[in-house]
Design a binder for this molecule. Sequence first.
Ligand code: F6P
Length: 497
Amino acid sequence: MALPDWSAIKALKPEPLTKLFQNDKGRVATLGADVAGIHFDWSKTHLTAEAISAFAALAGSMDLAAKRDALFAGEAVNVTEGRAAEHSAERGEGAPESVALASAYRNRMRAVIDAIEAEAFGPVRSILHVGIGGSALGPDLLVDALGRDADRYQVAIVSNVDGVALEEAMDRFDPHTTLLAIASKTFTTTETMLNAESALLWMREGGVEDPYGQVIALTAAPEKALEWGVDETRILPFSESVGGRYSLWSSIGFPAALALGWDAFEELLEGAAEMDRHFRLTPLEKNAPVLAAFADLYYTQARGCETRGVFAYDERLRLLPSYLQQLEMESNGKRVTAEGETVTWPTAPITWGGVGTDAQHAVFQLLHQGTHLVPVEFVGVIEPGDGLAEDHHRQLLLNMFAQGAALMAGKHADDPARAYPGDRPSSTLLLDRLDPRTLGALIAFYEQRTFVNAVLLGINPFDQFGVELGKQMARAADQGGMDFDASTDDLIRRAFG
Ligand code: F6P
């Protein structure tokens, strides 16, 4: 397989951003795109026509178009595990048989949701969803972003094995009117299974006669859920070929579908499908996930950036950075190519971020004057999410725009402590409004961008062997009889005697 040749990218002569604007009056239009209710602006990055054609050549040599087709055709693009990565099929874009299977599973979920709404499970008021990683971050983002005004069910998404997290949720809910949704692709994850057992006990001790009757399983391993005691009719399966961190579109999205309503869930899928079609059919130089990946790779490969910052200027998107951390870092935090050769180039940068304007008063000092060059991504929404005086939203967005302008322009001062170097890049994603359709498109954009990054890096984004060793050692520590290093042994002794 071809390895990426970064020489043309590294040879690009970096012109200051302000000069790029002076030289090209059409820069905002050329480096912009409008897709599915989202305006993308990469004009404040160092991408140029020359850089884009160097990346397009790289994309050609790394077979991006063929790999994109293979992804949507349901081929085994996850080469290390020999399976497909069919999250797009969940939203109707993929191999016909996979789309049909996803749709059958979705109908099954809908039937269960209809039954819950019809009170076939008794008077359900709250959903206690236990899951971790991809089985929590996606649904949590959806419910937090879109569920503010939904007055249907209370939802708690509990991921941490720390009992404090589960206790907090249990304190809020009545066990008699709570559904326990156990979300786990494998149905073996220690944290989730322990939380599920404790939640069942809470129901039993709270006087629920048949706690299992209030359990729904969301999983790609229905046989394990059955073994655990979940009734077959309350198991909502999804395909093995849907990866954990790509699974919010499947039955893992159950709490969102229930809390937001079925129509909202369908709209979310439609928005994502629109982004998929854009990704599949649009030429590279206007293709949003592709251009975003080009900018990502320019900064990691040519400018040595080790992190990227994502700042949501919208309280409703406060969970976006942590969602993206798993998506990007678990997918592309790899050190070998898809064929197992050690890479000699940096792979995924560290994704970090926060919410504006809070982050401005905490971490932006480093962005403006620190020694690290951090490509920043701003995400804002034109339509306000609040009903207060207009000035709240106006100040919010003006701050976002001002930060991007300030990072780029910098400011001279005779006193070096007061000078801003400028020429610091940012991209901006401006959503018309935050509704299910636009959020679906936004998340699909990030998924496809992660995929393009992986293809150009020559790595497999769909496995995550890096998380296994720590899990195995935690199990070994639990079972005892294993000697760790002196420090770890000492810590275990101090904690447990
Ligand atoms: O530990 C990593 C991981 O495998 C993630 O990829 C996944 O989203 C998470 O654990 C949860 O796994 P499961 O859904 O099988 O419980």
